[in-house]
Design a protein around this ligand. Structure first.
Ligand code: FAD
Ligand code: MLT
Ligand code: ZN
Length: 536
């Protein structure tokens, strides 16, 4: 990787050198986008600390006595409708009860693993008739405790429904089972020259059904938009077992209500998603990644505005991280910053296009302009696929590195850009005032970091603690949500509401909207058996 430190003199020399085709400092990228970025299975926090039952952590919660308990007759019915290995009980059910951040733990004794939509329908018909509560589960990578039971709800795991159903190489429409792993789908379409329009750090584990159920945002939203635009069709099974076949492959269809939109972001509360049709764009042949340091949040914003103006159609990601996040991922996960000096902020910019000379010229001019105008202090440009991956690994490794601390309070928020980072500074001050200074002996707060999808106005505020701590939680909530409400932000930009934010929906939605959501919930799931104790 080529690096250079900023000074006006060097900046100008660089500009000259670059125009002369020389490789001084920022060198031009020479890499086509790898078919896929390395995507190991998402690491789950180490099990050194026992996970408390959610019902014990929140003793005010009570099991809804209207739900039946699973009986021997129910088990016999499930065994009859499903094949060998599809009904999981006892110790084998443990992993399905604990969320990926090891914060929540349910008490399900039964996990059902259907292979077909018909099997999902049979399960739901039975559970509806018996009023048995159900939690749909995908890859269990969700970050708000939505994918695990609270009490003894039955887990319906989509893990065995993992096939690609069809792909049309002319339109780019991919049809998959809901349990298809995101990375598998991306690899599949890559072979045809396409790209899955969603990408996120958990790609090696999360399911497309789970992505749709959470309306996941991720690293490519800036370029390809949200799933509300790219998902063309959804097949789902309602609470009573009715199969709703909305597997449209059409970009345009104005016949009545667009009901699939309701399933996008419904977090398992309206139906079990069994199939998804997604419009995939063409994969870009030329991809470049630059990583640079900046000394103020003001400069981060300037770099973003200029990226939109100067990189325009080739801009495919604009991710930012603060110094604390970058140091944390270096220390805990070994993904080190390639820059020699420390900087207050870091930005990862990715461009994706089709014309190498054109793209590199644009990126080079953009970077030179930033240096000449003192916006950036230092930076690198990936020279090959390995370097490109290592820059992305640094960014994508941040959540995992935070989880390694012992516990982490995660706030995934939308805030108007000019105030976005203020929340991180204010949180540090607020926690110190409440008796929880950061990284101080005796304080449970290990680190307070900010990073996220700046291009989408989405901040990830994370408070890493040595173990989950009710007093820290009480200092943060609802304080953080009030802070966001005052700025007309959203308390969930992408991870959803789930269990973690179920009491705080009103900070982002007015009562009229919450009432309408409740009416929809009743219409879709009159007995309330789908993912109870969460969301709505
Ligand atoms: P699960 O965790 O299993 O479930 C999540 C919710 O969806 C639950 O409420 C569950 O009931 C419901 N659900 C799951 N499958 C179905 C189904 N078939 N039908 C109905 N309901 C269902 N999110 C982002 O938006 N952007 C990111 O950049 C991002 N990065 C992440 C990085 C890491 C390392 C991790 C661990 C998580 C990240 N996430 C991100 C969180 C994100 O929500 C998930 O990774 C993903 O979308 C969830 O998919 P899943 O299959 O694991 O769903
Ligand atoms: C991310 O952007 O890395 C994800 O949303 C996960 C997280 O914030 O922890
Ligand atoms: Zn994110």
């Amino acid at each position: 990787m080529h690096t250079m430190r900023h000074s006006q003199r060097i900046g100008l020399e660089l500009a000259k050198a670059a125009r002369a085709g020389l490789r001084a400092g920022w060198a031009t990228g020479r890499t086509a986008r790898p078919a896929v970025r390395a995507g190991a299975r998402w690491y789950s926090a180490p099990g050194t600390q026992t996970v408390k039952l959610t019902a014990e952590s929140y003793p005010q919660l009570e099991r809804d006595t209207r739900f039946a308990r699973v009986t021997a007759e129910d088990m016999a019915a499930f065994e009859a409708m499903l094949g060998a290995g599809q009904v999981v009980t006892g110790a084998d059910a443990e992993g399905y009860n604990i969320d990926t951040m090891r914060k929540y733990k349910g008490q399900a004794s039964v996990v059902l693993r259907p292979r077909t939509t018909e099997e999902v329908a049979a399960i739901m018909r039975h559970c509806h008739a018996r009023r048995l509560a159900v939690v749909p589960q995908g890859g269990n990578t969700g970050l708000v405790g939505g994918s695990v039971p609270v009490f003894d709800e039955i887990v319906v795991s989509l893990a065995l429904m993992n096939s690609v159903r069809a792909f049309d190489p002319v339109s780019g429409v991919l049809e998959v089972d809901a349990g298809c792993v995101l990375e598998t789908a991306d690899q599949y379409v890559a072979e045809h020259g396409y790209i899955f329009p969603l990408d996120l750090g958990a790609k090696g584990s999360c399911h497309i059904g789970g992505n749709v159920a959470t309306n996941a945002g991720g690293l490519r939203l800036l370029r390809y938009g949200s799933l509300h635009g790219t998902v063309l069709g959804v097949e789902a099974v309602l609470a009573d077992g009715t199969v709703v076949n909305g597997m449209s492959r059409l970009r345009k269809d104005n016949t009545g209500y667009d009901l699939k939109q309701l399933f996008i972001g419904s977090e398992g509360t309206l139906g079990v998603i069994t199939g998804v049709a997604v419009l995939c764009p063409r994969r870009s042949a030329v991809v470049n990644v630059a990583f640079f340091g900046l000394e103020s949040y003001e400069k981060v914003q300037q770099a973003f505005v200029r990226a939109k103006g100067e990189l325009q159609e080739i801009l495919s990601a604009f991710e930012f991280m603060d110094q604390e996040a970058v140091e944390h991922v270096g220390k805990m996960s070994g993904h080190l910053s390639p820059l020699d000096d420390k900087h207050r902020f870091y930005v990862l910019v990715e461009t994706s296009g089709s014309n190498r000379e054109h793209d590199e010229d644009k990126l080079q001019t953009y970077l030179e302009g930033l240096m000449e105008n003192d916006v950036i202090a230092d930076g690198v440009l990936a020279q090959d696929e390995t370097q490109l991956r290592s820059l992305w690994n640094l960014r994508e490794g941040i959540p995992e590195s935070l989880a390694k601390s012992g516990g982490v309070y995660k706030y995934d928020v939308s805030i108007p850009l000019n105030e976005l980072y203020q929340l991180v500074d204010d949180t540090r001050t607020h926690l110190a005032e409440q008796g929880f200074p950061t990284a101080t002996e005796g304080s449970p707060v290990v680190n307070v970091v900010g990073y996220g999808h700046l291009g989408d106005g989405n901040l990830h505020l994370n408070v890493a603690v040595n173990r989950y701590n009710k007093a820290v939680e009480a200092a943060l909530e609802p304080w953080v949500y009030e802070w966001i409400q005052k700025r007309s932000g959203s308390i969930s930009a992408e991870h959803g509401v789930g269990f973690a934010k179920k009491n705080y929906l009103h900070y982002s939605k007015d009562q009229g909207m919450i009432d309408l959501m409740r009416q929809l919930k009743v219409a879709y799931d009159p007995q309330g058996i789908l993912n109870p104790y969460k969301y709505i």
